[in-house]
Write a protein that binds this ligand. Sequence first.
Ligand SMILES: C[S@@+](CC[C@H](N)C(=O)[O-])C[C@H]1O[C@@H](n2cnc3c(N)ncnc32)[C@H](O)[C@@H]1O
Length: 328
Amino acid sequence: MTFSFHFYGLGPTQCTLTYTSNRRLVNLQLQKDIKISLSSDPMMHSQNSPEDRNMAERCFEGKAHAVAYKRYRVSPPQELMDEVLHFLEKRSERLFNLAVDVGCGSGQGTVLLAPHFTTVVGTDISPAQIEQAKSHDHASNVSYRQCPAEELPFESGTVDLVTSMTAAHWFDRPRFLREADRILKLGGCIALISYTLNMELEFRENDAELNRICQEFYTALLPFRSSYLGPSSLDRYKEMYESIPYQNKEWHECLRVRRKMPLTDYIGMVETFSSYQALLKKDPAQAQKLSEEIMDKLLNAMGTSSADTEVTVVIKYFYLLASKDKTD
Ligand SMILES: C[S@@+](CC[C@H](N)C(=O)[O-])C[C@H]1O[C@@H](n2cnc3c(N)ncnc32)[C@H](O)[C@@H]1O
């Protein structure tokens, strides 16, 4: 691809970008003989640029992040998985053969599909996430593969269900949707699930004060959010929903799910958010200070000194379901 760029201090110049097949490496060749280095600051990239998405992918690559992910990230509730299966059942008479969970991370959602399909494959672009997924116990019909969401290694028309759980916002969304359409059988379904990051806390009638503190946490992280996602990933999913051409599709805006967990796990979960990870990379001391301050304020508001005290976290899921038209 060749673009015209204006580099500050250099003036306009032609620039050729070369991507590897997995889009991880980008080579820039300038008309002028000048060496440049690619910035790793997500804020430096314009919205929707390939570099920005590459940054997004790299957010999840660290081994420590993948381990934290496995430990703290919640999997979708059974009632939501039942909704997905019910939607699929209504449209497909056959036995469920193959499900593909794209952007599977450490596999906590992938394994929920195992009892319902002959074969389940979790895919992710990050080797560290795939390593985590493989290292944990899973049913023998579940396997994992490292590959980009936009180039899925499945034959056309062979997949009953394509899922993506809190991941599709990171993909090259139009290319991913085309790829999902290619691999789906007629009557097969796509289910894209995610949740808003403004989770709420409940603890002994003190919810308002706790949520004010949580909001403070989220607001502090907002400047570190990837520009690829924009202010709300819910909007990215609505766009995907609108762009899916199938007749049978459903949009579900808010399913509130309550999960009990120690306060320390709530903090651990927020620390897995990409915005927190971006802050951690930029300024580890500031990131740690922020977590500690929020933890102290929450403990104070709860009237306890134990970070193991159980709280209820309210997670607000949204999801889209769509079935590939049989008359295609
Ligand atoms: C927020 S995590 C979600 C993981 C898991 N599905 C879950 O529910 O916890 C997003 C995942 O998407 C993966 N990812 C990001 N961009 C990708 C791409 N283009 N292709 C495949 N996976 C990608 C990341 O490596 C990461 O594991």
